[in-house]
Design a protein around this ligand. Structure first.
Ligand SMILES: Nc1ncnc2c1ncn2[C@@H]1O[C@H](COP(=O)(O)OP(=O)(O)OP(=O)(O)O)[C@@H](O)[C@H]1O
Ligand SMILES: [Mg+2]
Length: 330
């Protein structure tokens, strides 16, 4: 088991685009952190930084307190099972390639073990990816990731390319494997309903920053950031397929321009879309100039919102005493 920790991680593409901007996030040992946020918010970039596919412009990434360098006991499963497997290799060879070197017989046994672990018959090893369904290919991709005996698994939109009817079984598989193998996991999805299903901790990303994070039950049950509320309002409830009617304020800001990561707004990055911000409440000019991330540690769920509830740590009190400073979001 291992703890993965991002400390002030910044990733840039060229000079103009800061895709991940000073992210602090911890994946505790053996737990699932669900990272949610709209397209372009920087989720995949953060994941790619962890596995060494994106260079850090700032900050560091630690595994059990030690900066990640060459040894990376991290594996990643990607969105698209069609492009993540080599079509010219049998799935057995694909998995064996990722497993530790050893005698032929031992590798064959290991491939059989991994295939069974992900719910595929061991005798499918000689099959090519082209003969498999999307769900089966994603199972192979998961087996391939597990072949590296990772301590941390990063799952980036692993069900988004799959048929809705099989998303649930793949999610169940990943959750079961995570528990059985006691993996630490960063689970990325733009879909809050999916994240809610698998995560112990939820982190919400917006324009390159984490804007709210905490235990899943707390964040989803008592969201502090208006963006988290927006995501929750858009996510269908369990057992229901219809969306709740849009709130009047949400309708007012719905016409705002989508966020442009090349030109992040000053002050609070969410202000041009915020239903409780200066667009709606003209007295809230401070949102235009003051960056709420600087004081986030003093707010509930480290929310990057000037109007979120604050946390007061009374001397000697454990757990911390919560004090509702503002009630705008209630
Ligand atoms: N290789 C790249 N070169 C230049 N810009 C990139 C590259 N990859 C991503 N970006 C940009 O970085 C920002 C963050 O992208 P990223 O893929 O990390 O977002 P995401 O949250 O994973 O989105 P999605 O939900 O669509 O997968 C976006 O503005 C994107 O256009
Ligand atoms: Mg992505």
């Amino acid at each position: 088991m291992s703890e993965l920790r991002f400390e002030g991680v910044t990733v840039r593409y060229g000079r103009a685009l800061t895709a991940v901007d000073g992210v602090d996030l911890t994946v505790p040992s053996g737990q699932v952190v669900g990272l949610v946020g709209e397209s372009g918010s920087g989720k995949s970039t953060l994941a790619r930084a962890a596995v060494g596919l994106a260079e850090l412009a700032g900050g560091r990434i630690l595994l059990d307190g030690v900066p990640l360098r060459d040894r990376r006991p991290l594996q990643m499963v990607f969105q698209d099972p069609y492009s993540s497997l080599d079509p010219r290799m049998t799935i057995g060879d694909s998995i064996a390639e990722a497993a530790a070197k050893g005698p032929r017989g031992a590798r064959r046994d290991e491939v059989a073990r991994l295939l069974e672990l992900v719910g595929l018959d061991a005798d499918r090893a000689s099959t090519y990816p082209g003969a498999l369904s999307g769900g089966q290919r994603q199972r192979v991709a998961i087996a391939r990731a597990l072949a590296g005996r990772p301590e941390v698994l990063i799952a980036d939109e692993i069900t988004s390319a799959l048929d809705v009817s099989i998303q649930g079984t793949v999610l169940n598989l990943v959750r079961t494997l995570q528990r059985e193998l006691r993996l630490s996991m960063l689970f990325i999805s733009h879909n809050l309903a999916v994240v809610r299903y698998v995560s112990d901790i939820v982190a919400v990303m917006y324009l390159g920053r984490i804007v709210e994070a905490g235990p899943a039950r707390d964040v989803l049950g008592n969201p502090q950031h208006p963006y988290t509320k927006e995501l929750l309002a858009a996510a269908p409830r369990r057992g229901s397929t219809s969306l709740p009617p849009p709130d009047e304020a949400l309708r007012l800001v719905a016409d705002a321009e989508p966020a442009d990561p090349h030109h992040p707004p000053a002050g609070c990055r969410f202000h041009p879309r915020c239903p409780i911000g200066p667009l709606i409440r003209t007295d809230r000019e401070h949102c235009l100039t003051l960056d709420p991330t600087t004081e986030a540690d003093h707010r509930l769920h480290r929310a990057a919102c000037h109007h979120a509830a604050g946390v007061l740590r009374a001397v000697g009190s454990n757990p911390p005493v919560l004090k509702e400073l503002k009630e705008d979001l209630q």
